[in-house]
Ligand binder design. Structure first.
Ligand code: C2E
Ligand code: MG
Ligand code: MG
Length: 567
């Protein structure tokens, strides 16, 4: 039974067609009628329609436009166009534009109509099949070279929002060997499985096609920056490299891939594909099982990044991390009342790597959780040993990262570390940022309370740069606000009116909430003077001392003690 949609506003014509189709009890058609184009399109969206009979002159649409709208809505559904007496040329244009047939209302009879309906359905079915064969790869069902070119052309020419596109040319390594030694049927299944994998790992709107024996091309849209591309490639490589089981045999398949980027590596389809191909050959030369970008700068940056990630994974075992301590000073007495522990990575070849460079990568890879625990442990052990040596390090703070803060078991870990090192919890402080707390307030408060209940102090780092909800801030179990460097930098530079007003406002806010306020990044006497005048409690910055290794900080504490004894 074929479901036929008649879009016709004239009740007389509708009745006529209904009778012609209905007369024959063997006619394999059911009819649905719509008297407006809009209603017709709505019915088409249901997806059951096998054929549309379309009057071009409707109350809400007229002429060729009517046809164009239906065709655009459902390009796979055959359409027969109905016209009045003198519209032969119009009807012919519709047929040229993709309609299967046209019928003139005044010359309509039953036999003619039914023949046209059968013919249109069959012809369209055949066309669709041809189109499939022309556009899709029979083995994997993926788009073939043809369609892939079309898609890429569309992506490149979508002028409305010019986007960054990555074109990936991928070739399986040693496929010929698999095919020859295990047989073609295994080879075919391998290709199918790879096609599936690649499709599953892509985002909606991206395309993967098979363009040759063991060659695939991927079109990745909206690759806003390097980081996104890099991660997509890592995801794809990992998926490809998963072991594959065919006929009870485990196959380990790798691929070599080349990447070109639109617009910088080519502005048209041919150039982009050619350059991705060139890059793929370079990947083969590099010993296969890797990906290469077309431009060397991209490769260098990606390689740097990969090397960094690789080295970072080993840095903990190799004990390449160390902590530096920066003093915190009481503004009234001028004495050291604590320190901030700041992690340093001393790589045997690269030397000192800044936290700004590796903390984000540690976050992404999840390494931050173990690294963060190491930092807390090390800071506690060091503080305890200073205390045992009779020194007064005050309260030592460590920084928490977002992922570490959210990770299961943080409170338990801190509690265990305190026990293991025997440090009085009152000597430990944790620094977190506004966004970490405000992101998911309920769970954050639970974690904060857990930490508080251990007896640890809490401080909000970089305060003023994130988004704090003041009503929440009031209820958080925190002890200290740390004014961000940028507001301290403003002091003594801007116009008289704006000079440091934000730093002053944060001090007032903090005190109103009964919190201690510390300013970070203090570099000049003018800043100290201003902060004193506004009642800031503590300061930290290069003016007092840069972050230094533990040994040096111990000496600093020793001198402070001797000075204290003399006074
Ligand atoms: P932060 O927590 O805001 O740390 C203060 C940063 O300011 C430190 O940079 C410090 O060296 C620098 N600094 C101190 N005094 C001055 C000054 O007077 N002027 C200027 N311009 N800068 C000053 P560092 O050590 O490079 O750390 C950068 C960031 O890396 C830290 O910002 C913190 O967010 C993160 N970080 C450091 N250590 C750790 C850690 O163990 N765990 C986590 N999760 N993050 C850490
Ligand atoms: Mg900090
Ligand atoms: Mg800070």
């Amino acid at each position: 039974m074929h479901s036929v949609l008649l879009i016709e506003d004239n009740p007389g014509d509708e009745r006529l067609i209904r009778e012609m189709i209905g007369e024959d009890p063997h006619a394999p058609f059911t009819l649905h009628c719509a008297d407006r184009l809009a209603k017709g399109l709505e019915h088409l969206s249901g997806g059951e329609t096998a054929l549309v009979i379309l009057d071009l002159a409707l109350p809400d649409s007229a002429g060729l436009d009517t046809f164009a709208k239906v065709y655009a809505h459902s390009p796979a559904v055959p359409i027969i166009v109905l016209t009045g007496n003198d519209d032969d040329s119009l009807a012919l244009s519709a047929v040229k534009g993709g309609a299967q047939d046209y019928l003139v209302k005044s010359r309509l009879d039953r036999e003619l109509l039914l023949r046209s309906m059968h013919y249109s359905i069959e012809r369209k079915r055949y066309q669709v099949q041809l189109e499939r064969q022309a556009n899709y790869d029979a083995l994997t069902g993926l788009p073939n070279r043809n369609l892939l070119h079309d898609r890429l052309r569309q992506a490149v020419h979508s002028q409305r929002n010019p986007r960054n596109i990555a074109v990936v040319f991928m070739d399986l390594d040693h496929f010929k060997f698999v095919n020859d030694s295990l047989g073609h049927s295994v080879g075919d299944r391998l290709l199918k499985a790879m096609g599936e994998r690649l499709r599953s790992v892509l985002r909606e709107g991206d395309t993967v096609g098979r363009v040759g024996g063991d060659e695939f091309v991927l079109i990745l849209n909206d690759q806003s920056n390097e980081e996104v591309i890099f991660r997509a490639m890592q995801r794809i490589s990992a998926k490809v490299a998963e072991p594959l089981s065919i006929d009870g045999k485990e196959l380990y398949v790798t691929a070599s891939a080349g990447i070109s980027l639109y617009p910088q590596d080519g502005r048209d389809v041919e150039t982009l594909l050619k350059n991705a191909d060139v890059a793929m050959y370079r990947a083969k030369e590099h010993g296969r099982s890797n990906f290469q970008f077309y431009t060397s700068e991209m490769n260098e940056r990606v390689n740097d990044r990969l090397a960094l990630e690789h080295a970072l994974r080993r840095a903990l075992e190799r004990q390449e991390f160390t902590l530096h301590y920066q003093q915190k000073v009481d503004l009234r007495s001028g004495g050291i009342i604590g320190a901030e522990a700041l992690v340093r990575w001393l790589h045997p070849e690269w030397g000192l790597v800044r936290p700004a460079r590796f903390i984000p990568i540690a976050e992404e890879t999840g390494l931050i959780v173990r690294l963060g625990e190491w930092v807390i442990h090390q800071a506690c052990r060091q503080t305890r040993s200073w205390l045992q040596a009779g020194l007064e390090p005050g309260v030592v703070s460590v920084n928490l990262s977002a992922r570490q803060f959210r990770a299961e078991g943080l409170v338990r870990a801190v509690s265990r570390i305190l026990q293991e090192t025997g440090l009085d919890p009152a000597s430990l402080e944790m620094e977190l940022t506004e966004s970490m707390v405000m992101h998911n307030v309920e769970t954050a408060i639970a974690t904060l309370q857990g930490l508080k209940s251990l007896g640890v102090a809490l401080s909000v780092d970089d305060f003023g740069t994130g988004y704090s909800s003041l009503s929440y801030l009031k209820d958080l179990p925190i002890d200290v606000l740390k004014i961000d460097r940028s507001f301290v930098r403003d002091i003594g530079t801007g116009s008289e009116a704006e000079d440091g007003i934000l730093a002053a406002a944060i001090i007032s806010l903090g005190h109103a909430l009964h919190l201690k306020v510390i300013a970070e990044g203090v570099e000049t006497d003018a800043q100290v003077h201003f902060l004193k005048r506004h009642g800031c409690d503590q300061v930290q910055g290069f003016l007092y001392g840069e972050p230094v290794p533990a040994e040096q900080f111990g000496e600093l504490l020793g001198r402070a003690r001797r000075k204290g004894k003399r006074a």
